[in-house]
Design a protein around this ligand. Structure first.
Ligand code: EPU
Length: 418
């Protein structure tokens, strides 16, 4: 177990490279089992969730090796359709293997990801997509079994734009017989990364990012390649940290086009934000203002994953900030810890109301989930005194090395292993 110690009150000043996107890497790695060849993914972030995905790939029969920031996956050998429960439970997004293994092997057997820190994580939309393409789905003893000798293309109408269900639908459709249209698809940039990779493997896919994805099934896919896009949520976290602590940060290898609602909110808070090609610079000199109401929505709306960091940046902003979380049920679990540091927040149901305070103080707090942990680190940077942040195993799922990143930005941060 590791503990982050943060001494607050220092302005940030520094430059940082944005890591590759976690939420692009995980489905891309799962997609590689569809191919009968060698795939290479560059700009892979070093995260515990990526390591857990690699363990699943190795278990099902892929050879995986790394070289610098590249991961090579050789899926040319026989692939097993079964993922043991222990591996599935290491990472909630492992449900993405359902579509990939079903497509490749004609069957898939894995346990349900279950509820999690953010509330219930149902998979009904994933199953709707697979059943529409002809999969027979049975559930017994907490395990899901999907079968189909060969899936058949069809029209999948998603009633809400689930990212994971869209990914599973794409993975199932690329090797199905005939054409598939996915309507109501998620439009997150990570879907475009998946489309690009699948195309590099020879798949015929268009429309990712538009809400309507069209796929013409192929008999076989070859290995492909992809450079993973920058992590917009990690970038939002570092910008929110600078907004909270004051100072100036320069993020390179960033993708400002994917971050419009977050950059807009930071500007409304009084930060000067400028963007260039792959570059974002944020400067905060004066007092912070409330960003105004923030309502989380699927892309291109305000991302739910950036809500906790923005909440942390709003704690000392003048006025009242209202946040409405519409994507996940339990996304305010970091609120009690923020309150213990002097924040004035009330949260009930989907709504959180933050009344700006003059000062925050350090505390001994524990991350309850990934982005909630990031929020606590941000609050600590703008608090007086020292904060001990526990539960770093949640944070390590999505940030390459938070201590190193915050230190590079000028924060007084150290990591202690216990
Ligand atoms: N939902 C259903 N039924 C389903 C699938 C989803 O009701 O079959 C609901 C979920 O319960 C949730 C909403 O739909 O309320 C959105 O879920 P979605 O499927 O879009 O999310 P996801 O694929 O499980 C990914 C990211 C999350 C991110 C969300 C939303 C990955 C690995 N995870 O999750 O990332 O918050 O999309 O953008 O891509 C994070 O990085 O911290 C994180 C949680």
């Amino acid at each position: 177990m590791s503990i982050l110690k943060i001494t607050g009150g220092r302005r940030l000043d520094g430059s940082l490279r944005v890591q590759g996107a976690k939420n692009s890497t995980l489905p891309l790695l799962a997609a590689s089992v569809l191919t009968e060849g060698l795939s290479v993914f560059r700009n892979c972030p070093r995260l515990t969730d990526v390591a857990a995905t690699v363990r699943i790939l190795r278990h099902v029969g892929c050879r995986v090796y790394e070289e610098g920031d590249a991961l090579y996956v050789d899926a040319s050998g026989p692939i097993s359709p079964e993922v043991p429960d222990a591996l599935m439970r290491q990472m909630r997004s492992s449900v993405i293997f359902l579509g990939a293994l079903l497509s490749r092997c004609g069957e898939a057997s894995l346990c349900l990801p279950g509820g999690c820190e953010l509330g219930p994580r149902p998979v009904d939309l994933h199953l709707l997509a697979l059943r529409t393409l002809g999969a027979e789905v049975t559930e017994a003893g907490g395990r899901l079994c999907c079968r189909a000798a060969r899936l058949k293309g069809g029209r999948i109408d998603l009633p809400s734009p689930s990212v994971g269900a869209t990914e599973n639908a794409m993975l199932a459709a690329v090797l199905a017989e005939g054409s598939t249209v996915i309507t109501g698809a998620a439009r997150e940039p990570e879907l475009l990364d998946l489309q690009d990779y699948l195309r590099s493997c020879g798949a015929l896919v268009t429309g990712a990012g538009s809400g309507v994805i069209r796929i013409c099934g192929a008999e076989k896919l070859r290995g492909g390649e992809k450079r993973i896009l920058p992590d917009r949520i990690a970038a939002a976290t570092w910008l929110a940290a600078c907004a909270a602590a004051g100072g100036r940060v320069r993020l390179y290898d960033a993708c400002p086009q994917h971050m419009a609602p977050v950059l807009h909110a930071l500007r409304r808070m009084g930060c000067a934000v400028s963007t260039g090609e792959n570059l974002i610079v944020l400067e905060r000199r004066g007092d912070l203002l409330s960003p105004g109401p923030i309502v989380t929505r699927p892309h291109p709306g305000f991302p739910t994953d950036a809500q906790p960091p923005l909440m942390a940046a709003s704690l000392k902003a003048a006025g009242t900030t209202v946040m409405i979380e519409t994507v996940f049920e339990s996304r305010y679990r970091h609120v009690p810890a923020l309150r213990s540091m002097g924040a004035d927040i009330s949260a009930a149901g989907k709504t959180a109301v933050i009344r700006g305070v003059k000062t925050l103080h350090g505390g001994d707090v524990t991350a309850s989930d990934l982005r909630g942990g990031a929020a606590l680190a941000i609050a600590a940077l703008s608090a007086e005194g020292e904060t001990v942040l526990r539960g770093m195993e949640h944070v390590d799922r999505g940030y390459e090395d938070m201590a190193e990143a915050l230190t590079a930005l000028g924060g007084e941060v150290s990591l202690r292993k216990e």
